[in-house]
Design a protein around this ligand. Sequence first.
Ligand SMILES: [Zn+2]
Length: 342
Amino acid sequence: MSESNNCISLEQAKAPFFVGIDLGGTNTKFGVVDDNGQTIARLSIPTRVSEGPDQAATRIGEAILEVAQAAGLTKDQVKAVGLASAGTMDIPGGRLMVPANLGPLWNYYPIRDRVSAACGLPVIFANDADAAAYGEYWIGPGKEYQSMIMLTLGTGLGCGIIYNDMIISGAHSHGGEYGHTLVDLLPNARVCGCGKAGHLEAYVSATSVIKRMKEAIEAGKSTSVAKLLEQGAQLDAKLVGDEAAKGDQVSLEIVMDVARYLGVGMINLMHTIDPECILIGGAMTFGKNETELGRAFKEKVRQTINEGAYKVLAENTVIEYAELGGDAGYIGAAGIARAAVE
Ligand SMILES: [Zn+2]
């Protein structure tokens, strides 16, 4: 699948050029990005995780050359490739560790060097949440700030922390694994996708929205979602958001509880990092500022912060939605490659 919207032409672009890659559990996105962060060409291919990482590395290598060609570039005109993947990972070692979204076949796979061998270009490795944050920091709303954190709400909860142009990835490449910080020590704490109980991700992710709706239906609560499921609808976070927007109280309570926990997570980040800005990104953003629900969601986050954070932080930290959507990952990966080879 190729996309051409929001692309600039090669004549409008500024050298040098980079290929950014966002390797996901379902699809892998590629973009040729210029020195200003503008996209010249895009490509998306299915990741096919079940075929294993060797096959994927070969196909990723081919797709890098394909997307460069689509941009009108020879291989030699691509200065470097940025490869962002879901964690966990060892960034300096260029290896995956135990990437839950990719499955056990991919554990400890040296993906950076295999992709580099497949395309014949230098490859810089990054965490996908870090890359998405870096994209927003480079050309999105984060470009106004020196310090910025982005929380990505999707199947899990991603986090990228940027301070004075540096990504805080930590001594063991786990510095942005913020979804696995503890927010609940009670015996009935929700269980996270990683298997441990009480982690923030278990409260602030699409997975948690689905779980909570299932619990509400099983408890016999009256919700329009139950009726839609009886008619064959698929239960996902978007359905819950859509019904919340139409006034379904059970759905709205779930969405607002996600906002409350997201606010708690932000309070902890503010008191640890004190960034100028925190962005909310990812697939689950309830229409952002464009919809009443998106505005109410952000307002609930803000209200939680006002109640729980030091006044100077509550008053001065900018909370906003991210803007680059699904492109943030590959744009940021290209930006990380650009910063690494400069
Ligand atoms: Zn966890």
